[in-house]
Design a protein around this ligand. Structure first.
Ligand SMILES: [Zn+2]
Length: 257
């Protein structure tokens, strides 16, 4: 599997980096994880052909993770795509995406490419291709919004952390998280790669938590330009044994596992 950090910025727009998005490539499937504002341009900069993407998985619907979808589908249409596009999303969010596309005038009867919704529930094992699957667990990223649900009962506050598995490798992607507990949603698993969008954790707590994570390598992402600098400086002070395990991801970082 090849992992590419298409973007690594936080929700804050940056001149130098794109919003957070990952591309996971196996022999027969390219899965994009999240497609926020500016994703089409981010893919262009990374030299990734829009039509090489077989499916997109969404962790949650904050705009920096999701709002680039209609624009990306328009690019695919302009390239005359006929192959279907899979959308992996929690079942409670499917209608939001469907409506978003519809109200962006991406009408199914006008499109040559089929959008195939592959919805999942918490803890479902979702098969992507023969040797590639994932499992989602709800994290606490959107819990602070629960109190507004009385006024907006139709909104879904599901935000997923994902465990990706191939035949030999396990990758934990915490996605955007808001509590230390979210770092341990898959605590029964020792992953080869642990990727965390840890921007909403207090820095001191994040650093303390990193030493407790059992993984081959830890990648941190989703930092603003200012926080990126600050975290880099703090990591430099850690003991080598821990420091060597942790990488702060930058846009276009790509590696095979
Ligand atoms: Zn978010």
């Amino acid at each position: 599997m090849k992992i590419t950090f298409v973007g690594t910025s936080s929700g804050k727009a940056s001149l130098d980096r794109f919003h957070s998005s990952l591309l996971l490539s196996t022999e027969d499937y390219n899965l994009l994880v999240d497609a926020g504002d500016g994703i089409s341009r981010a893919l262009l900069v990374n030299g990734i052909n829009f039509n090489s993407i077989n499916g997109i998985a969404f962790t949650h619907l904050h705009p920096d993770h999701f709002s680039g979808l209609p624009a990306l589908i328009v690019q695919m249409k302009m390239m005359n795509r006929k192959e279907p596009l899979d959308i992996y999303v929690h079942h409670s969010l499917k209608n939001v995406i469907e409506d978003f596309l519809l109200h962006s005038y991406l009408l199914p009867e006008k499109m040559k490419l089929e959008i195939r919704y592959r919805t999942f529930k918490d803890d479902d094992n979702v098969k992507i291709s023969d040797n590639f699957s994932f499992l989602a667990r709800k994290n606490s990223h959107l819990v602070e919004l629960e109190k507004y649900k009385v006024n907006h009962p139709s909104i879904s506050l599901y935000s997923a952390s994902l465990l990706f598995e191939t035949e030999r490798k396990k990758i934990i992607y915490t996605s955007d998280i808001s509590s230390v507990e979210d770092m341990f949603l898959f605590k029964e698993i020792t992953s080869n790669i642990f990727i965390s969008e840890a921007t909403h954790l207090q820095t001191s707590i994040l650093i303390e938590t990193l030493s407790k994570i059992e993984a081959g390598k830890i990648y941190l992402t989703h930092f603003s330009d200012e926080d990126f600098q600050m975290i880099s400086e703090i990591l430099a002070t850690l003991p080598n044994s821990l420091r060597n395990k942790i990488i702060i991801a930058v846009d276009s970082l790509s590696f095979e596992i």
